[in-house]
Every structure is written in C-alpha cells, then in structure tokens.
Design a protein around this ligand. Structure first.
Ligand SMILES: CC(C)(COP(=O)(O)OP(=O)(O)OC[C@H]1O[C@@H](n2cnc3c(N)ncnc32)[C@H](O)[C@@H]1OP(=O)(O)O)[C@@H](O)C(=O)NCCC(=O)NCCS
Length: 189
C-alpha cells in the first residue's frame, strides 16, 4: 500500500523514501536513548537495518510507513503494520528519532494523523499498539488520543536485566471520533 501525505499542525506525515530517509532511520535505531523501550535489537548493522526497512516499506506488503516531518525535517517514523482488510485492523508503532525533539507534542500529533489516515482514508476499524509499561511518554500520548488498555502481556519484555509487562492498547474508529473533532477545532484557532 502506498502512503499518502497527511498534513497537520506542527508536523506532517509523508511517505518513507529509502534514498533520502534511510540514513536518518539508521542513526535513530542505533541510538539507545531513543530505542530504550522498544523491541528492536541494539546495535544493528547497516545491512540488517536496510533489509528490515525494505521488508517493512515494500509497497507489496500490508504496511504503510510514514516519516514524521517537522519544519520539513525528518524527526521520526511511524506506520501501520499487518493491515488486515477482512477485519479492518492493524498494529502501529511510533518513534521520534531525534531525541532533542521529544516532548514537543510531535509523538501525540503523529498518532492523531496516523489514526485519521487509518480510519478515514483506508477505512480500518481497530488499531493496536503494544507498549512496555514503564514507557510513560508513550502511554500518556496513546491515552491522550483515545486508546484504552485492552490487555496485559505479563513479563513479555526484558528490560535492563528484568522481565517487564507490556500493555496492549487499542482504539476503534468511534473512540477516535471525538479526538479528531477536537483536533480539527484546534486547527481553526
Ligand atoms: C513515546 C513518544 C512517541 C512520545 O512522543 P513525544 O513527542 O516525545 O511526546 P509528546 O510531547 O507527544 O507527549 C506525550 C505525553 O507524554 C509526556 N511525556 C513526554 N516525555 C515524557 C517523559 N520522558 N516522561 C514522562 N512523561 C513524558 C508529555 O508531557 C505528554 O503528556 P502531557 O500532555 O500530559 O503533558 C516519543 O517520546 C518516542 O518516540 N520515544 C522513543 C521511541 C518509543 O519509545 N516509542 C514508543 C514505542 S511503543
């Protein structure tokens, strides 16, 4: 599936382009302060990262990969993965890769834009995001955009020598609707 351009207030989502974006992604994925709570292996080789991104971003697959852009600069990456057309569902992950750009609202706004694309452009119904329970920024931003806790995966991740729980968050199109209306109202101010 080919992603569209999704414009927002502080940020926009645009299609990932291997030629111009891969070197940034490679820096981000090898920055432990960025990937601390993520599943990704660390560090990863250039070849591994390239193969991984090619597998994700292939237009033949049921994934949509977006670069998060602020002031025309790539600051992170997000996407919908394992899109299922029968059950109209997908999984999502988001990473602000430039750590000096954390806590500016970019993560939250990128989730709003991604969900608007998922629900109103490609007609999905349910989106899932799994997060380690100590990833407070991620949990807050998921809850701000309407995700609810749907499950707990006990001791599902290994973090600094300990087993930690993962929380399964989910959102349906009706859950998101008021968030989207509020966001659109904020654009008029
Ligand atoms: C998680 C992430 C997407 C959040 O995006 P962000 O742009 O940094 O966060 P936002 O500015 O949108 O803030 C979201 C909320 O988290 C809070 N927050 C941000 N950083 C925080 C931190 N380090 N600790 C606690 N709360 C934090 C913000 O205050 C805000 O809550 P509030 O509105 O109640 O004040 C981003 O930090 C990131 O990509 N981190 C690295 C990769 C990662 O962990 N991805 C998620 C994998 S599931």
């Amino acid at each position: 599936m080919q992603p569209a351009f999704v414009p927002g207030k502080k940020i926009a989502l645009r299609a990932y382009n291997e030629r111009t974006d891969f070197h940034k992604y490679y820096e981000w994925i090898n920055d432990k302060s960025v990937t601390e709570y993520m599943d990704d292996m660390y560090p990863v080789t250039y070849e591994y990262a390239k193969k991984y991104m090619r597998s994700l971003a292939s237009p033949d697959l049921d994934n949509v990969v977006f670069i998060i852009e602020a002031n025309k600069e790539a600051v992170g990456i997000t996407g919908l993965y394992d899109i299922n057309d029968v059950h109209r569902r997908a999984r999502t992950r988001t990473m602000i890769g430039e750590k000096e750009k954390f806590s500016r609202g970019y993560g939250t706004e990128s989730k709003i834009l991604l969900l608007s694309y998922a629900f109103y452009m490609i007609n999905l119904h349910h989106i899932t995001s799994i997060v380690q329970e100590q990833n407070i920024a991620s949990i807050k931003s998921l809850e701000k955009v309407g995700y609810v806790r749907e499950g707990l995966l006990r001791e599902n991740s290994f973090y600094k020598g300990h087993w930690v729980n993962d929380i399964v968050f989910g959102i349906t199109e009706p859950d998101f609707h008021p968030v989207w209306e509020k966001y659109n109202e904020s654009l008029k101010k």
